[in-house]
Each structure stands twice: as structure tokens, then as C-alpha cells.
Ligand binder design. Structure first.
Ligand SMILES: C[S@@+](CC[C@H](N)C(=O)[O-])C[C@H]1O[C@@H](n2cnc3c(N)ncnc32)[C@H](O)[C@@H]1O
Length: 270
């Protein structure tokens, strides 16, 4: 069923200011206010009327994806999804979109990953971090303690010796907790998160970690599934207190991996 479009100020959309943020070498649309961003996104993309899980299958034990000249095999654990609170045992569309965006940006010369220090938050099955490592970055993939076993398996399978360009390792990081020194020495060049904005309760802790982990030269990429406008607005409001936030237009994504149910933001400290 078609959704009714919210009324949107076309002039506001047209007048959105653009800028370059962090080390991402292309201009992005600067988010001026969280409320206006939500209105624009939901009017222009009508996300909840679009097909969910276009690139993933949650009932499958594996997900195959070609990236960086390799066929990646991501192991999933569909049965774990019935455990309350477990969300990262399968892949989500925004992870596929963000991973393929990184590859596309790298190939287009708009994002350099070679030798960069990267941290992925809420890595789940780990596809995004694995792609960053295959593009030459030294990546720490992080998640809650009970999520690390599957994550480690996926890193071993996909960033093993044969495939190696950068490096990848897995460690625990619970948002909101004090961070170990390993995350500051040196400060990450890039922080990644896909589908990590999904409940108001988690947003506060996620923002605390984003603020702690990033320095003035850190570029953050967050890909969000557009399920809940209130949660995204809450995240953007909080993020904009500390960061400049830009939305990356779909024209800059991998052309085969675009979805109106997903938005990609780039953040850099003010
Ligand atoms: C919806 S899943 C997304 C997984 C993966 N990034 C993807 O796109 O497929 C959210 C991830 O965030 C992790 N997560 C949730 N709350 C967390 C917290 N407080 N600290 C660290 N990770 C958390 C979950 O374990 C899960 O892996």
C-alpha cells in the first residue's frame, strides 16, 4: 500500500547546504536540524513503504557477497535471533549497503582506507569491517561479549591469510563503557557502524562511545535502517551537539546496492 507523503518544504530540500566532512573527499548534504532531516527523508524516500531485507535472508546460515575481488561468505546464526536482545546474529541491509559503499568510495578515489586505523561498532556478523580490511585498513571489529564467537569466525573465514590486505581483529566493546587504551593508541581514523541506531535506550550509550573514541581527525560513517523516525531523530539531535553530520546522497553509493530504507551519514567533530 502506498504511504501518504508528509508535506515537505521543497525549497528547504533544494537549499540544503553541502560540505566536505572528515577524510571523505566528496561533498555531502549537511543536516541542519534533526526534525527537518526526518521530514525530508520520509517524504523523499518513503522508507517504510519499501521492501525490507532486499539484500539479506535472515533464515539462511550463510550470506555470500562479492566484494574487493573476493567472494565473501558470512556465517549467520538464524536460531540465535529468537534470544531476546540478540540482533547481530544475521546481516541487515544497511551492513551490505555500507560495505559496498566503502568499496565503491575506495574504487572512486573518494575514500582512502589503506593503512587507516578503523574501528567498527556493533559489528554483528562483521561484513563491513571485513570489507574495510580487504581494502587495506587495520580494523578492530567490536561487539557485545556474547556476539564475538560468530564475529571471529567470519573474520577468520574472510580476512584469512589468502585474502589479506590490511588486518582485522575482534574485541569486546560495550557502548557507554570506559574504553581500553587500545582504542586510543592511536585514535581511529575511521569509525564504522551499520544498523546501530535502533532504540532510544541504546542511542545514549552509542553517542557516548562515538564522542569518546573519535578525535578531531576521525571520520565516522553510520548507515541506518529507516524503521523508526523518532529513534533516528533522537540520534541526530544528540550527534549534532558534538559533530557536523552530513547525509551521503545515494548517487555516491554502490549503484547495485542502494535502498530507500537506508541512509548513510558521515560525522566529523565540530
Ligand atoms: C541490528 S545489529 C547490526 C549488526 C551489523 N552491524 C549489521 O549491520 O548487520 C546491532 C548490533 O549492535 C550490537 N549492540 C547492541 N547494543 C550494543 C551495545 N550496548 N554495545 C555494543 N554493541 C551493541 C548488537 O550486538 C548487534 O551486533
Amino acid at each position: 500500500m502506498e504511504e501518504a507523503s508528509p508535506i515537505v518544504n521543497e525549497d528547504a530540500a533544494a537549499a540544503a547546504s553541502t560540505t566536505q566532512l572528515g577524510t571523505y573527499k566528496t561533498t555531502v548534504e549537511l543536516v541542519e536540524t534533526a526534525a527537518e532531516e526526518i521530514l525530508l527523508l520520509w517524504a523523499l524516500q518513503q522508507p517504510t513503504a519499501r521492501r525490507q531485507n532486499a539484500f539479506v535472508r535472515h533464515s539462511s546460515q550463510t550470506l555470500a557477497l562479492d566484494a574487493c575481488g573476493h567472494r565473501l561468505t558470512i556465517l549467520q546464526s538464524p536460531s540465535s535471533m529468537s534470544t531476546p536482545g540478540v540482533t547481530g546474529a544475521v546481516m541487515w541491509d544497511s551492513g551490505i549497503v555500507l560495505g559496498k559503499f566503502l568499496e565503491h568510495a575506495f574504487d572512486s578515489g573518494t575514500l582512502s582506507l589503506h593503512g587507516k586505523r578503523v574501528v567498527e561498532l556493533g559489528a554483528g556478523c562483521g561484513l563491513v569491517g571485513c570489507i574495510a580490511a580487504l581494502l587495506g585498513a587495520d580494523v578492530i571489529l567490536t561487539d557485545l561479549p556474547d556476539r564475538l564467537k560468530l564475529l571471529k569466525k567470519n573474520v577468520d573465514v574472510n580476512v584469512g591469510e589468502g585474502n589479506k590486505r590490511g588486518s582485522a581483529r575482534v574485541t569486546e566493546l560495550e557502548w557507554g563503557d570506559d574504553l581500553d587504551d587500545e582504542f586510543f593508541d592511536p585514535v581511529p581514523d575511521i569509525v564504522l557502524g551499520s544498523d546501530v541506531v535502533y532504540s532510544e535506550g541504546a542511542v545514549e550509550d552509542l553517542l557516548t562511545t562515538l564522542k569518546q573514541i573519535s578525535g578531531c581527525h576521525t571520520t565516522i560513517f553510520v548507515a541506518g535502517e529507516l524503521r523508526n523516525d523518532a529513534v533516528l531523530e533522537y540520534f541526530l539531535e544528540g550527534a549534532m551537539k558534538e559533530f557536523l553530520v552530513g547525509r551521503i546522497d545515494q548517487g555516491q553509493w554502490h549503484p547495485d546496492y542502494c535502498s530507500d530504507r537506508v541512509a548513510i551519514y558521515v560525522l566529523a567533530k565540530k
